[in-house]
Design a protein around this ligand. Structure first.
Ligand code: F7E
Length: 338
């Protein structure tokens, strides 16, 4: 069998790090595109890759430059390409609409065009998002649910989805989109709500901070484990035909429930520490997301394994270790108080 060569954009992120590990284990030659600033500040920006960095091939390129993307693709000549890089923080997309659209839409277009020109046989994964569903038409959401995005980020992902579909239909590229619902882990960035909560609970328990400021506690999300979601990405590219798949747990919980569970693991009641701040509410919110991953189960043989409470526990325990506090493991509180 010819050597499998993977190219990952966004390799330094949560998903990129789990995906690299998975592909290295399977014997792939793994290449990643990173920004120049990441190399310059590698201890900090490439921290998630530190355990296996010597096994990776990193290339500097910018999603804002077609020339640099084309050059990287031409040099690596991948057999599989995973496009994970994006401005992925929804809140920020309200503050800087133009750069979010520019990076997320043009970046995807540049990559698809470069692959088509240099390695048209390369299989491509595009990281879609449940944010594309926005003001949802139906519950749960499936591959045929209408997209009604409620943020510039969601709009940029719908455009990326359509670009991917168009390259598949017009040029015969093996390109698939994973419509991934929220996926978390101890490697999640601190700006996302789950990590903000797990870290906040751990630091409060360690006496390092008193309160935690959050926005909308009533938003509902379908939270799974990122390590399992990258397996679905890989499975999509092993299929004979390129298609789009919803990847989700099928369970939804409020941000408030996440708080209750996380604080309970450190023996605290979130109501004594969580403060809501209007500034952290979004101008337009996605109120409820819950996905139906039956197609992925049927066609890819993929299904989620980590339950909500296990995920919360794993995140809180990791942050407790970092903060020097101990998880007191009192799940009953977390399940009970909301
Ligand atoms: O917010 C609410 C917030 O920023 C979740 C990204 O990976 O998943 C992620 O997008 C919910 C929202 O993730 C705070 O209003 C309350 O309702 O963790 P988040 P997200 O916006 O759902 C999708 C699938 C992606 O594709 C995205 O790239 O939590 N919330 N208080 C808060 N959110 C944040 N960040 N901070 C708060 O203080």
């Amino acid at each position: 069998m010819p050597k499998q060569i993977a190219l990952i954009t966004g390799i330094a992120g949560q998903d990129g790090s789990y995906l690299s590990e998975l592909l290295l284990k399977q014997g792939y030659e793994v290449h990643g595109i990173v920004r120049r600033v990441s190399i310059e500040d590698s201890d900090h920006k490439l921290g998630r890759l530190s355990m296996f960095r010597d096994q990776l091939h990193l290339h500097t390129a910018s999603l804002e430059s077609y020339a640099s993307i084309h050059q990287a693709v031409e040099k690596v000549r991948p057999t599989e390409c995973y496009h994970l890089a994006a401005q992925s923080f929804v809140s920020y997309s309200f503050d800087d609409e133009f750069s979010t659209l520019n990076t997320n839409i043009n970046g995807t277009h540049y990559l698809l065009a470069a692959l088509k020109s240099a390695v048209p046989g390369c299989r491509v994964y595009f990281a879609g998002s449940s944010e594309m569903f926005g003001k949802v038409d139906e519950i749960p959401q499936t591959e045929s649910t209408r997209f009604r995005p409620r943020s510039i980020y969601g709009i940029s992902k719908v455009a990326g989805f359509e670009l991917t579909r168009n390259y598949r239909e017009a040029y015969g590229i093996h390109a698939s989109t994973g419509i991934l619902f929220n996926h978390e882990s101890p490697r999640r960035g601190y700006e996302f709500v789950t990590r903000k909560i797990s870290r906040g609970a751990a630091r409060i328990a360690a006496g390092l901070q008193k309160d935690l400021k959050l926005g909308n506690l009533d938003a509902k999300r379908d939270w799974g484990h990122a390590r399992e979601y990258v397996e679905a990405m890989w499975l999509m590219l092993q299929q004979p035909q390129p298609e789009d798949y919803v990847i989700a747990t099928g369970e939804t919980h409020t941000v408030r429930e996440f708080c209750a569970a996380a604080f309970a693991w450190v023996g605290l009641d979130y109501r004594d520490h969580v403060i809501t701040d209007q500034i952290l509410f979004r101008p337009s919110e996605v109120n409820v997301l819950v996905g139906d991953a039956s197609k992925a189960r049927r066609q890819l043989g993929w299904q989620p394994k980590t339950h909500f409470h296990q995920l919360v526990r794993e995140m809180v325990e990791a942050d407790c270790q970092a903060a020097g506090s101990t998880s007191k493991l009192v799940p009953e509180l977390g399940v009970g108080i909301v």
